[in-house]
Design a protein. Structure first.
Length: 249
């Protein structure tokens, strides 16, 4: 099966002020001097997207949001629409991150609706799934991620560019990662669930791994079958660290 180009995306979460744009500039410059062998993206807080788009203009680093509302506009105080992300210069958006599923009660149906809105605005969604520690310990990881795929991916994704990110919740920010065998097993199950849901439309979209990806473990994780890239949190905040992961892809 033809593997699509790997995608390595950095999720800055709620980190970064204007001074942080220097990291984006450094990343752009480094990839201008030595091209990456993968797609590279940064997903900063919404307040930085437009300024970061100006910094990254003309370079190889793509730009994403960390969430969007399912509606195009309206009385949704504090929210950002998919079109607002496009308007600010983004071409990608992370959806369904576990910190939003847990912290904001987002359901699979919410994620599917947000994915529809993202596609309508021309954004490429990165749809996150992953099991909790309790679910892992109960031997339910495959069942959980398969169910999340079935509920979070709208049929309209067929034929569109998108990615899925498998992020075991218990590996996020902890320094812990599944074994390479566990990653391979889950990614194979996620692929099967994507094909079951979308048919041929689910066969090639990259399945990123996220959860304590660091320069020290990136090469072995990215070499696992069906790992189509990485979704990186803490290690994406500094260009030098993030480049260590990018160079491993
Ligand atoms: O931020 C992440 C990518 O969405 C994910 O939560 C992993 O975070 P990290 O463990 O700090 O890399």
């Amino acid at each position: 099966m033809k593997q699509s180009v790997k995608l390595v995306a950095g999720n800055w979460k709620m980190n970064g002020l204007g001074a942080s744009l220097g990291e984006a500039e450094a990343l752009k410059q480094a990839l201008t001097e030595q091209a990456a062998g993968c797609r590279v993206a940064l997903c900063p807080p919404a307040t930085l997207i437009e300024r970061m788009a100006r910094v990254l203009a003309g370079g190889a680093v793509e730009l994403g949001g960390q969430d969007c509302h399912a509606e195009a506009s309206g009385a949704f105080t504090g929210s950002v629409s998919a079109e607002m992300l496009t308007d600010a210069g983004a071409n990608l958006v992370i959806l369904g991150h576990s910190e939003r599923r847990t912290g904001f009660g987002e359901t699979d149906a919410d994620v599917a609706a947000k994915t529809e809105a993202a596609l309508a605005a021309g954004l490429e969604p990165i749809i996150c799934i992953g099991e909790t520690l309790a679910e892992r310990e109960a031997g339910q990881a495959i069942e959980i991620v398969s169910h999340q795929i079935a509920g979070s991916l709208p049929l309209s994704l067929s034929g569109k560019a998108f990615a899925v990110a498998y992020e075991p919740v218990w590996a996020i920010g902890t320094g812990l990662t599944p074994t390479l065998e566990q990653i391979e097993e889950v990614h194979a199950a996620v692929r099967a669930a994507m094909v079951a849901r979308l048919g041929e439309g689910g066969r090639t979209a990259p399945i990123l791994y996220g959860g304590s990806v660091k320069p020290s473990n990136a090469a072995e994780i990215l070499a696992v079958a069906e790992v189509g890239g990485a979704l990186v949190g803490g290690a994406s905040l500094k260009a030098a660290d993030f480049l260590g992961i990018i160079r491993a892809a």
